[in-house]
Design a protein around this ligand. Structure first.
Ligand SMILES: Nc1ncnc2c1ncn2[C@@H]1O[C@H](COP(=O)(O)OP(=O)(O)OP(=O)(O)O)[C@@H](O)[C@H]1O
Ligand SMILES: [Mg+2]
Length: 244
């Protein structure tokens, strides 16, 4: 089982769009895939047409009263399961704080389904929290979408410091530019300047494209309703760079 997380301290940068599309692509090539929607907003859950409810809530999961297995939902796509979001996830940090291994709990829960999946994708809410610390321990690869702007890079520097300061094992950080508009000079300049030494940045750039916004209306990954679009191809290219 290889675990990916789409993560950024910043909101609205393309984490969910990436999680949804990469999980779809992993499943499409025959890998048993699990997408865990960790954001109480439940955007990934909505796109996959699953009811945003986990019986017992996040407290039931974290306390061990309900096994993760009981929360798994299948999607319309073969090989792709989902742990839906639940509004109680807004209290996940409090629940984790009460747990025995407060920074390892998420990884422990994933361990209980490790033999059932080849790929896990965690769709994280924005911010830095106890949940994020759990994600750092649980994930093998951290996929970080960056909107090409100066402040994004400053936040990215905080993020890499946060990872460097966390206990081992640490995930590999893979940044990539998202929502990029090559017609904007600033975007071109920031992309060309890169993200700083020692950080892996994918060569694929996800452009700003309206078909990606349409995922919420179509309630499907772009590859499912616009397979020949530039957007679908961009996510395929990104997946080719980071796949197991
Ligand atoms: N490459 C793109 N081009 C155009 N629109 C995009 C692109 N990526 C994402 N969007 C749109 O931008 C909005 C935010 O994207 P998304 O939900 O993927 O970001 P997020 O980082 O998960 O946000 P949040 O922090 O709220 O969870 C959505 O409306 C989405 O459709
Ligand atoms: Mg999101």
């Amino acid at each position: 089982m290889l675990t990916y997380a789409t993560y950024n301290i910043k909101g609205g940068v393309g984490k969910t769009s990436t999680a949804v599309n990469l999980a779809y692509l992993a499943a499409r090539e025959g890998r048993r895939t699990l997408l865990w929607d960790l954001d109480p907003q439940g955007a990934a859950t909505y796109i996959f047409r699953v009811r945003p409810r986990v019986k017992g809530g996040s407290q039931g999961l974290v306390s061990g009263r309900r096994p993760l297995e009981a929360s798994l939902k299948s999607t319309d796509f073969e090989n792709l399961d989902l742990v839906p979001a639940d509004f109680s996830l807004r209290n996940l940090d409090l629940d984790l704080d009460d747990a025995k291994k407060r920074t390892r709990r998420l990884g422990q829960l994933l361990g209980t389904v490790a033999t059932d999946y080849d790929v896990v994708v965690l769709d994280c809410p924005p911010g830095i929290s106890l949940m994020s610390e759990n994600v750092l321990h649980a994930a093998d690869r951290l996929l970080v979408p960056l909107v090409p702007a100066t402040l994004s890079l400053r936040t990215f520097a905080l993020l890499t410091q946060f990872v460097a300061d966390s206990d081992k094992p640490r995930p590999e950080v893979i940044a990539f530019f998202s929502m990029a508009d090559r017609r904007k000079r600033l975007h071109r300049d920031v992309i060309d300047a890169g993200v700083g030494e020692g950080n892996r940045v994918a060569s694929t750039v996800i452009p700003a494209l309206s078909v990606i916004e349409q995922m919420a209306e179509r309630r499907a990954p772009v590859g499912a309703f616009a397979p020949a679009s530039r957007a679908a191809i961009a996510y395929e290219d990104l997946w080719a760079e980071v796949r197991p």
